[in-house]
Design a protein around this ligand. Sequence first.
Ligand SMILES: *Cc1c(COP(=O)(O)O)cnc(C)c1O
Length: 424
Amino acid sequence: MIAHREPSLREVDPALFDLIQHEDQRQRDSLRLIASENYASLAVLAATGSSLTNKYAEGYPGRRYYEGMDYIDPVEELAIARARQLFSAEHANVQPYSGSPANLAALLALCQPGDTIMGLSLPAGGHLTHGWKVSATGIYYNAVQYGVRRSDHRIDMDELRELALKHRPRLIWCGHSAYPRELDFPAFAAIAREVGAYLAADIAHIAGLIAGGAHPSPVPHADVVTTTTHKTLRGPRGGLILCKESHAKAIDKAVFPGLQGGPHNHSTAAKAVAFHEALQPSFRDYAHAIVANARALAAALIERDHVLVTGGTDNHIVLLDLTRLGIGGRRAAHALNLCGIELNANTIPFDPRKPFDPSGLRIGLAAITSRGLQPEHMPAVARLLDDALQVAARVGDGEPDSAVTSPLRGRVRELLSPFPAPGL
Ligand SMILES: *Cc1c(COP(=O)(O)O)cnc(C)c1O
């Protein structure tokens, strides 16, 4: 038989190819403000789509259960060395499949089932995996949740200390998915030390800001630091754990064989690429540009009489309180999406509405900063948000008409057209 060229994805599976093409176009054309999302570079995408996905590699470099590690070991060693350098960490485990498994591995390494753990509650901006009831971390551990102050919606360190003294947790989580302010890691560490708890910092959202020097690092203060690699860090979907050398053995054992089987080598390779990109001087500019854009957007929204949780931001997140506009978060997010603006409804602290239809919108600046938008463009972004919110308020429970949404979509495309989407 004559050897034929192997058919492409387009040829093998036109239906799926078509869906991916459409998603590419959607990501080019929409104003992507989901705070946990970004655009990975072409280099990161290339590593993700490589032959490394074919290889099994249970174990760690030099200690594997399979043959053929000639290139997989150096790939993982490179990822580890770069992660350690990027975050000045004593030890790095680059195998967690994502942020949630990384957090479970940290708990498996440092706690016994039934131990008391503490974390920021979900409605206050924390993550499910910090002990929320429906999460495995809230089912297998005795989770106590701390919150934010009623007066200024900042994390209440006094309440945290009192709860820690009362409940004597084995481990305290700090970190968030929807909190627009800087975290005081030395203060968390002091409380953990006082009550004899481990401090685990989950930097899933802010890892890129930390890597680029635009947010303080928890690495010198925390026993363990966990993160995703695909949010502000701009890598592939994945997780990463950093820790003190004294916890290295326990962490590695918890990830494999405790929780996972073979590592996803193609993701490990793509993480290595992302760490390499984040080690370049230009990434420092990127991280600072994210915060500058977030501050500029916050100022422009306040100028348009919008109410922001905590009154502003120190990071990549702006939390908009819709209460004064009289619309629910879900309707607002849905209407904005029809206008080409992609974000998510989010609870605000002490939210009077239900979590499924909360009172806030979470706005993240990492993705549009990756496209190159600058603070000078933020008044235009604020105007688009404002106009789209007016549309949402006008239609109430109805669906906005395309005669109203189309011009807004056009304005979004016009704003974005000078800024090509990386990777696409
Ligand atoms: C996104 C996030 C995670 C979970 O990451 P997945 O990769 O979705 O599992 C964990 N912690 C925090 C704080 C997050 O924001």
